[in-house]
Design a protein around this ligand. Structure first.
Ligand SMILES: [Zn+2]
Ligand SMILES: [Zn+2]
Length: 357
């Protein structure tokens, strides 16, 4: 089959490779669409994957092409459902061990012995990918392949809200207007936030969150952006703050925007060393904030509520995925050009999607 193979150090080729072997508890999926995630960029540019060469891709959708002999005979069939050839599906990319202490508590993203599709084992930027039947999530009727490829980022944002024990009727600040920020905004709305404000740098990139129901959007390039944001809460600050950019400035801003006893969740992954002044850090004490990090998107029963709810809300239309969420859509064979765009990352706002024709 053909696949997008990453050889490390920036080299990506659309190459002929052997079809993946399928274990008895696995299904083979004919991939229709696969997104390029921000986490794929260090795998391509900086030898950030587990081993090379590797087929990347963990945000995908496609059609079941073949079932392993044990599928539908194990208790792991997706959500107790029987799977069939031709089912339209997405899949959770994490393959947890299901037996370590974290897995037994349902904290699969904290698994000690996991594999990961598109990083530790072959991914979905290919004609076919194999995944355990337990990982398969059936796409509800009406959910498109492109939406299927956005499933995973949506679940990551929802996982963060769940980790803050999100309650309706409260104010929310989302820092970052990228894919994660847009999903966090929409989840906050769907789960009944009284007010959602999105802060991001580029005014142009804040048009979409404004259209998707943010009560206000604020560019952090405006000199008095903090004051503006605080004024919207009459100076109290926000009950929930979701940091979805991973930048030093937004990590600090998340503390500044938090109300007393606020819940602050870090979704973004920092990529630079950072230093907090005493005054910046002390807000944690003075406001008695609850701060948590969030990692991936799983809960029990595997793969979890995040995946079920994403399907429901996409199918109902409450969760929207307008075409502006994609920075580009390329045929799979043009993957190398698509990755080239990340040489200047500020060029890429939203997901780049690769599609098999
Ligand atoms: Zn991802
Ligand atoms: Zn485990």
């Amino acid at each position: 089959m053909k696949a997008v193979v990453c050889y490390g150090d920036g080299v990506v080729k659309y190459d002929k490779v052997p079809e993946p072997e399928m274990r008895p508890d696995e299904v083979k999926i004919a991939v229709r669409a696969c997104g390029i995630c921000g986490s794929d960029i260090p795998r391509v540019m900086a030898r950030g994957a587990h081993s090379y060469p590797i087929i990347l891709g963990h945000e995908f959708a496609g059609e079941i092409a073949e079932l392993g002999a044990e599928v539908n005979r194990t208790a792991f069939a997706a959500g107790g459902k029987m799977l069939s050839v031709g089912d339209r599906v997405t899949a959770a990319p994490l393959i947890p061990c299901h037996t370590c202490p974290s897995c037994r508590q349902g904290h699969y993203s904290l698994c000690e012995h996991y594999s990961f599709i598109g990083s530790r084992q072959p991914g979905a930027m290919a004609e076919y990918v194999t995944v355990p039947a337990a990982n398969v999530v059936i796409l509800p009727a009406g959910v498109t392949w492109r939406q299927g490829a956005l499933f995973e980022p949506s679940t990551v944002s929802l996982h963060a809200l769940r980790l803050t024990d999100f309650q309706p009727g409260k104010s929310v600040a989302v820092l970052g207007g990228g894919t994660m920020g847009i999903f966090a905004l929409q989840w906050a709305r769907i789960l009944g936030a009284s007010k959602v404000v999105v802060l991001g740098r580029d005014r142009k990139h804040l048009e979409l969150p404004a259209r998707l129901g943010a009560d206000a959007v604020i560019s952090t390039l405006t000199p008095d952006y903090l004051q503006q944001a605080m004024d919207l809460t009459d100076g109290r600050g926000y009950d929930y703050v979701f940091e979805a950019a991973g930048a030093v400035e937004t990590l600090k801003l998340s503390f500044a925007l938090a109300a007393k006893r606020a819940r602050v969740c870090m979704i973004g992954t920092p990529t630079r060393e950072m230093c907090f002044s005493v005054r910046e850090w002390e807000q944690l004490n003075r406001k008695e904030m609850y701060v948590t990090g969030s990692w991936m998107s799983y809960s029990a029963p595997f793969p979890g509520e995040e995946w079920r709810m994403t399907g429901e809300q996409l199918a109902s239309g409450a969760m929207q995925t307008p075409v502006e969420m994609f920075a580009g859509i390329y045929p799979m064979q043009e993957a190398a050009q698509a990755f080239e765009r990340f040489r200047d990352r500020s060029n890429v706002k939203g997901r780049i999607l690769l599609e098999n024709s």
